[in-house]
Design a binder for this molecule. Structure first.
Ligand code: IMP
Ligand code: MG
Length: 182
């Protein structure tokens, strides 16, 4: 285990079971969709999206957006900035499924759903691997949710602290000493 990780919250086998279940739910709901587009929210969702898309049997396209609501640390700013936008001339024909690593305040996803609907998407839904419901600042419920977790800062499986720990194969609780001494 990485020395900065206090404990493993979700191990590799549980992650695999969660992703398998989410893929089955999505397969079922989108079997009649003519154009499903998975929208990966960079960079935290890269690992989750890669595993999820391999398990889908419905045809899908992929796209990416890069947004930020966080500063460099562990506290959310409340502002959502779009750094890489979705540029698709065919958006009116697309059923967009936003793939997110974690919902915290809810600011990022509630903003993105409204934004993509305003851009003219045929439909917009959200799929998050992790959810910290106790941290919500705006009311928001994802359409697909992997697992609820307590209010602790987690890293691994794509999630970072200051760009580190993304490559860990599990979700771990970061030792508070790492950011308290930063
Ligand atoms: P929200 O807009 O407050 O819901 O923030 C969601 C974003 O905050 C996620 O996409 C992550 O990038 C980041 N985030 C929230 N909690 C954590 C965490 O525990 N570890 C790593 N990133 C987190
Ligand atoms: Mg993120």
């Amino acid at each position: 285990m990485n020395k900065d990780v206090e404990r493993i919250l979700i191990g590799e086998e549980e992650l695999d079971r969660i992703v398998t279940r989410l893929a089955a739910e999505i397969d079922c709901d989108y079997k009649n969709s003519e154009r499903l587009v998975l929208v990966c929210i960079l960079k935290g969702s890269i690992v989750f999206m890669g595993d999820l898309m391999k398990k889908l049997t419905v045809p899908c396209e992929i796209d990416c957006m890069k947004v930020s609501s966080y500063g460099a640390g562990t506290a959310t700013s409340g502002n959502v900035n779009i750094h890489l936008d979705l540029l698709r001339p065919d958006i009116a024909e697309c059923d967009l499924l936003i793939i997110e690593d974690i919902i915290d305040s809810g600011n990022t996803l509630s903003y993105l759903v409204d934004y993509l609907l305003l851009k003219g998407a045929k439909s917009v839904r959200t799929c998050t691997l992790l959810d910290k419901p106790s941290r919500r600042k705006v009311e928001f419920a994802p359409d697909y949710r992997g697992k609820e977790i307590p209010d602790e800062f987690v890293v691994g499986y794509g999630l970072d602290y200051a760009e580190r720990y993304r490559a860990l194969p599990y979700i771990g609780v970061l030792s508070p000493s790492v950011y308290e001494n930063a």
